[in-house]
Design a protein around this ligand. Structure first.
Ligand SMILES: [Ca+2]
Ligand SMILES: [Ca+2]
Length: 186
């Protein structure tokens, strides 16, 4: 599967199978409903093993239930590539942000999306670019914002840059050369 996803041996993989998480990243949530951390659930559509990381869109009927909502993954070293598999993502309007910039406006709209085990996104930084944070978000104007959605994330992959990109003076990165790849494996 990794070869199909374009993940070679230089990637670190987190499989969300147990409470031991690989070093190199942390997760925060818009709402730490389940207490933050890593809320893993058994899945019929895991990308590896039998579990995935459970998240929810922040709307009825899950709004007031004690679950973690939209996550942001923050990496301790700059990345040249990031990948993650989605399962049970049913509603339109789930977005992906890299370094605070929206790079995918509707995960479900991709023609490779399928029900169950939905789709795998790999995002590669172009020349002179780097990935520091990745946020999965059900936007406030999206369909997911009016219909609750339970989503599982799995097979998180990241590749640390071998040649660090100099920080621009502004501290902001433009991400002008991001490449977003979509892979669907049934
Ligand atoms: Ca897994
Ligand atoms: Ca769902």
């Amino acid at each position: 599967m990794n070869a199909t996803l374009g993940l070679d041996a230089s990637y670190v993989i987190e499989n969300f199978e147990d409470s031991t998480i690989v070093s190199g990243f942390t997760v925060t949530y818009d709402d730490n409903g389940a207490g933050g951390g890593f809320d893993m659930r058994t899945s019929n559509y895991a990308w590896d093993g039998s579990k995935g990381l459970a998240i929810y869109s922040d709307y009825a009927p899950y709004r007031n239930i004690n679950y973690n909502k939209q996550p942001t993954f923050t990496f301790t070293q700059a990345l040249s590539s990031f990948g993650i598999g989605f399962s049970a993502l049913d509603q339109k309007g789930w977005e992906i942000y890299v370094n605070g910039i929206k790079v995918v406006s509707d995960i479900r709209a991709n023609p490779n999306w399928a029900s169950g085990r939905n789709i795998y996104y790999r995002i590669d930084a172009g020349t002179g670019e780097q990935i520091n944070t990745v946020k999965i978000y059900a936007g406030p104007t999206s369909v997911a914002s009016t219909v609750s959605d339970y989503v599982e994330l799995d097979h998180l992959a990241f590749k640390v840059q071998t040649t660090p990109v100099p920080e621009p003076a502004s501290g902001f990165l433009l991400l002008v050369a991001l490449i977003v790849a979509f892979v669907y494996i049934r």
